[in-house]
Write a protein that binds this ligand. Structure first.
Ligand SMILES: [Zn+2]
Length: 160
């Protein structure tokens, strides 16, 4: 098996459903000129057969609360001094803003570039979300093809 050295400080996102790692990486949009990232696809997993895994070096303070939309089964560990100092349990979010793009070409978010993309949970079991504007429904459990939006770190920081 492929071995990647443990990191001294950073974030490990493990047990990602095989195939979703690339979508998570795209969403997080970590600046790779500043941070070292290890991305493992299709690693053997006792629990799920196959899994993806992401390790981000030297970053511990990013907001991962919306990751549960893409993959609530993934686990997040915060590492400091080579040890796990915090485990984050992902939850299925009730409402997400600017994480997935609405696919309906007649939706106001497809026409108006500054409109936020808002999806609201309507069925937790099926992980179904509804676009707040056009009522288009996407099941995040199935083989969804919605475009993942990149996290806008600077804008998020200035909001706080
Ligand atoms: Zn829509």
């Amino acid at each position: 098996m492929l071995v990647i050295n443990s990191i001294e400080k950073g974030i490990v996102i493990d047990h990602i459903t095989a195939g979703l790692g690339a979508k998570i990486l795209n969403y997080l949009d970590i600046d790779t000129s500043e941070h070292m990232i290890a991305f493992i696809m299709n690693a053997p997993s006792k629990k799920y057969g196959r899994k993806d895994m992401i390790k981000i070096n030297d970053v511990t303070d990013i907001d991962l609360s919306d990751l549960g939309l893409i993959d609530p089964k993934a686990t997040v560990n915060i590492i400091e001094g080579h040890k796990v100092v915090k485990k984050i349990r992902l939850e299925i979010p009730e409402r997400v803003v600017d994480v997935i793009r609405c696919k309906n070409p007649r939706c106001v978010t497809s026409i108006e570039p500054n409109a936020p993309h808002v999806f609201v949970l309507i069925d937790k079991e099926e992980r179904e979300y509804k676009c707040e504007y056009c009522d288009d429904i996407v099941s995040m459990k199935g083989d969804w093809q919605n475009e993942i939006m990149r996290k806008e770190w600077l804008r998020n920081k200035s909001r706080k």
